[in-house]
Design a protein around this ligand. Structure first.
Ligand code: ZN
Length: 97
């Protein structure tokens, strides 16, 4: 059920973005329909995120994490460990310079 709402939200949001792009290129004038669709899509996604409690941020969902260095890797001295402030996602960054 939640998966369906989420899919609908993503679809509606994508449709809004597509209309927005179409509008930018003067292909189709949809007035404020695309804004409504995007808003509805975001709302649906935010609702499902609240229900499941898994997703902490829309930005994290699209891969824009807010990384902060939390330490250095034990095996590789030149590698720093970064962790996302919002969702806790970790990544290792090897410094080459
Ligand atoms: Zn994140």
């Amino acid at each position: 059920m939640i998966g369906k709402i989420r899919l609908t939200g993503a679809t509606v949001f994508t449709a809004g973005v597509m209309l927005e792009i179409a509008d930018l290129f003067d292909v189709l004038s949809t007035a404020y329909l695309h804004f409504l669709l995007m808003a509805a899509g975001v709302l649906l996604l935010a609702t499902t995120a609240l229900i499941t409690g898994k997703e902490t941020s829309m930005l994290c969902r699209i891969g824009l994490h807010k990384y902060d260095r939390v330490g250095w890797d034990d095996e590789l001295r030149s590698a720093a460990i970064y962790q996302c402030e919002r969702c806790g996602n970790k990544k290792r960054v090897v410094k080459t310079a």
